[in-house]
Design a protein around this ligand. Structure first.
Ligand SMILES: [Zn+2]
Ligand SMILES: [Zn+2]
Length: 336
């Protein structure tokens, strides 16, 4: 198979030809047809997340078809279209797994971080953590749902039921969750990088009632705010924007330091919470809701071999929506 591997943080991914991985007990192998590029991949590549398994194949928004199964996995799964998310393995026996919080598992495996991911033409995955995707929708459009959609969904659930919802950072996750929130009857306020008129217009095109810079106050107090931007300075900004009893949800895995702020911003039962990973139930719930919402993902595709360019473009904010890697067309494959 072809794969893009990270050998050390801070270095570009390198393209390599490897023998196809063999599925072990409880695993299946997927012929990858699309893999989304998530901001978490940038945090891994840039060395902002500690102790990745190295070398590692990044990528945790995998869509493809099962072409082999290991012992204990029914052969009937061969041919199934599946999606593999960030939480690639859980132990099943720790207090968190036993208590319905497998997202906090003590011995987890994370796709594209501690388990090889989908920046490749093939991947193996824990069969219990590979979601059946059915046959509706095309592979490229579905890929961003596997993390941007799924983590966004968990963040939206944790934000509570408040009607006026602020989204800070209008990238892959926000562009999906804005559609879900609108479908739920909420009013969406989108906060983009100051001066980024294109992202603000993109947010309005997806139903945001208001869009402006993150340095602006919303026209009315928010019931909740979700921070998708990995910018700690936005925590006090968002606290200032929510009403009494309002909640600020930090949805990213990594964030720059949060500056000190007066206690008065937190007073009156405002809350700050983080969202870590996902549970399989989150995935099942979200993948059931997504077709009802009629989510339209905006994607920019890159050939697998251009993964470094996709990551650079994400870092620089050069596209709206989500980047998706696709295996090179057959007439270009085999090159290095
Ligand atoms: Zn566990
Ligand atoms: Zn992700």
């Amino acid at each position: 198979m072809d794969a893009m591997i990270l050998e050390a943080p801070g270095r570009p991914l390198r393209r390599v030809a490897l023998s196809d991985p063999q599925p072990g007990a409880g695993q299946l192998r997927i012929r990858v047809s699309a893999c989304g590029v998530c901001r978490t991949d940038l945090h891994v590549v840039d060395g902002e997340l500690p102790h990745p398994r190295l070398p590692i194949i990044p990528g945790h928004e995998i869509v493809g078809r099962v072409d082999a199964v290991g012992p204990g996995v029914p052969a009937s799964r061969i041919g199934e279209r599946v999606g593999v998310p960030w939480l690639g393995h859980t132990c099943g026996v720790c207090p968190y797994c036993q208590g319905g919080q497998e997202n906090l598992c003590d011995d987890p495996g994370f796709t594209g971080y501690t388990l090889n991911g989908g920046y490749a033409t093939a991947a193996v995955a824990d069969a219990r953590h590979a979601f059946a995707l059915g046959e509706e929708g095309d592979d490229i459009s579905l890929a961003p749902l596997l993390c941007a959609g799924l983590i966004g969904w968990r963040a939206l659930s944790i934000a509570g039921r408040g009607k006026r919802l602020g989204l800070y950072g209008f990238g892959a996750a926000a562009h999906i969750i804005a559609q879900v929130a609108r479908w739920q009857g909420r009013t969406v306020f989108a906060f983009t990088r100051p001066g980024d008129a294109a992202s603000a217009a993109f947010a309005r095109s997806l139903g945001a009632a208001w869009a402006g810079g993150s340095d602006e106050a919303p026209p009315e107090p928010l019931d909740a705010a979700i921070l998708f931007a990995p910018v700690g300075a936005l925590v006090p900004v968002a606290l200032r924007a929510v009403r009494k009893g309002g909640r600020v949800v930090c949805a990213g895995i990594h964030m720059s330091d949060i500056p000190s702020f007066p206690y008065s911003l937190l007073w009156e039962e405002r809350q700050i919470v983080s969202v870590a990973n996902l549970t399989r139930q989150d995935g099942l719930d979200f993948l059931a809701v997504a077709p009802q919402v009629g989510i339209v993902t905006k994607t920019t595709t890159y050939p697998l071999g251009d993964a470094n360019r996709a990551l650079d473009d994400l870092r620089a904010g050069r596209f709206d929506g989500a980047a998706v890697l696709v295996p090179d067309p057959p007439d270009q494959s085999g090159g290095q």
